[in-house]
Design a protein around this ligand. Structure first.
Ligand code: NAD
Length: 489
């Protein structure tokens, strides 16, 4: 039972506003506001508990206790609880989609059809992988050798405000499947669906302390969590500056740390491609107001098709419906937070002052948190808008003369998360797959992938890989046991 004072009514959905620590919901002396980007001044959704160092200490202590139970569950037992959680997510699809739509303005229909469904899939994937996994066993040096994946201990899982529900499940599922207890710290701009998920986790049967949730500000409770030396894994998705801070804390305690960070991903269009399909996909990068780490935000187009591509691109962008995220006709949602919208605008205004050409858009919209769909042709490849992640509906446009120049431009930032290529040549697809510096490369398609494949970035886009066994190995201490074959019983 949750104390009434720790529940908010979010448009008909009851959402816990406290922390989940050791199986019980608790509050904090202070709170922070969760407001809706769909009506910033009028739509206060909840006052959420603002955790501090005391909260972090209690959550880690609970996770240490919870690990003693959960870490000893067999893989089959863990899988059973995780499948139950997946069932509950599916049954709560509409409520989760609606609350996330209100909390950070994600398109409600897209949430229902794609991201909530994917949240359940993430738990099922790792439940199945942990059961299917067979420890490696072999004979060598006259010994029976085998490798055991030993659960590592309490894991801190820190998630960002974009796609908060899906990304939380993507990071929590492998940690829990591996046998680690978790302390989830969601972003302060989108705290609500993490609370719904924690509530479902309790209902699914995670034992007390195995699944903990702490709400609050990153520099406060987040910093306290990652500094705690009882934590044995830290897994983070968010920005580069925060990753630097967390990495320092992890280094201090010699704790393995993965970071999934930003991108400045190229979308490369060759003249031999299906130009109509490429232009459509390019305009589609405005999806979710460009608040997607994997988005192809640097359009690199072969010089010979410049005019045709731009004409098609503008037609596709003009057809996008900018509107309210609750409306299924809407293609482009408002931005998640006024501070972020202003940060995006800052990039555009500096580009203008720098002499970059604003080809379309370039302004805040007056009646909502939307930002105009913007395309910038930079003065040079060194322009800030080419080199830094903007994380809004702002794309850059550059041309190249040949394949070598395309590759050089594509690889010219410090990031390396993803790349999208449009070409009609299989040989070229193979060459670009080999030459581009990015963790994920899509040719003539985008976003679809097998979830057991490695996921992560090169350069400042991240450290480590998620997906399939990669995440399970990260969350385990791999142990090799060697038994000399002279035992008698
Ligand atoms: P952020 O770094 O500001 O915050 C991310 C999380 O870190 C939040 O929960 C925040 O509270 C917490 N945090 C902040 N300071 C902290 C500290 N000192 N110690 C511990 N925790 C702290 O990032 P954001 O703005 O929420 O997210 C957007 C960024 O995330 C973008 O750069 C985007 O590209 C990236 N991202 C990457 C991926 C990926 O898979 N590579 C996916 C989604 C988003």
């Amino acid at each position: 039972m949750i104390d009434e004072s720790l529940l908010a009514d979010v448009d008909g959905v009851s959402v816990p506003t406290g922390h989940l620590i050791g199986g019980a919901w608790v509050g904090s002396p202070t709170t922070f506001e969760s407001r809706s980007p769909l009506g910033w001044d009028d739509m206060l959704l909840a006052n959420v508990a603002r955790g501090d160092a005391v909260t972090a200490d209690a959550a880690v202590a609970a996770a240490v206790e919870g690990f003693k139970t959960w870490g000893r569950y067999s893989p089959a037992e863990r899988a059973e609880v995780m499948h139950r959680l997946a069932d509950l997510i599916e049954a709560s699809n509409e409520q989760i989609a609606h609350v996330e739509c209100l909390d950070m303005a994600f398109l409600e229909e897209s949430m229902r059809l794609r991201l909530v469904a994917r949240g359940a899939i993430n738990f099922r994937l790792y439940a199945d992988l942990i059961v299917e996994h067979e420890d490696r066993r072999w004979d060598a040096k006259d010994m029976d050798n085998h490798v055991i994946r030993m659960p590592a201990g309490p894991a801190v899982v820190i998630t960002p405000w974009n796609a908060p529900f899906m990304l939380s499940t993507w990071k929590l599922a492998p940690a829990l499947a591996a046998g680690n207890s978790v302390i989830h710290k969601p972003a302060e701009w989108s705290p609500l669906t993490a609370a719904l998920l924690a509530e479902l986790a309790i209902e699914a049967g995670f034992p007390p302390g195995s699944y903990n949730l702490v709400q609050g500000i990153g520099s406060e409770v987040g910093a306290a969590l990652v500094a705690d030396d009882r934590v044995r894994r830290i897994t983070f998705t968010g920005s580069v500056p925060t990753a630097r801070l967390i990495g320092k804390a992890a280094a201090e305690n010699i704790v393995p740390f993965t970071a999934e960070l930003g991108g400045k991903n190229p979308l490369i269009v060759f003249a031999d491609s299906d130009i109509a399909a490429a232009a459509k996909k390019a305009a589609w990068q405005y999806d979710d107001s460009g608040q997607v780490c994997l988005s192809g935000t640097r359009l690199l187009v072969e010089q010979s098709i410049r005019a045709e591509f731009l004409e098609r691109f503008h037609a596709e962008a003009d057809a996008l419906v900018i509107g309210d995220s609750r409306d299924s006709a809407t293609d482009v949602a408002p931005m998640a937070h006024p501070v972020h919208r202003d940060k995006v605008d800052g990039f555009v205004q500096r580009a203008r002052a720098n002499g970059d050409t604003i080809v379309r858009g370039g302004n805040k919209m007056v009646d909502s948190l939307h930002y105009e769909l913007t395309l910038i042709e930079p003065k040079s490849n060194d322009s800030e808008v080419v080199q830094n992640e903007i994380f809004g509906p702002v794309l850059t446009f550059q041309t190249f003369a040949n394949e070598a120049e395309a590759i050089e431009l594509a690889n010219s930032t410090q990031y390396g998360l993803s790349a999208i290529v449009y070409t009609g040549s299989r040989e070229r697809a193979g060459r670009l797959g080999a030459e581009l510096r990015a963790g994920l490369i899509w040719v003539n398609t985008f976003l679809v992938r097998d979830l057991t494949a490695p996921f992560g970035g090169c350069g400042i886009s991240g450290i480590g890989r998620e997906g399939g066994d990669h995440a399970l190995d990260f969350h385990a201490d791999l142990k090799t046991v060697m038994i000399l074959d002279n035992t008698t019983t």
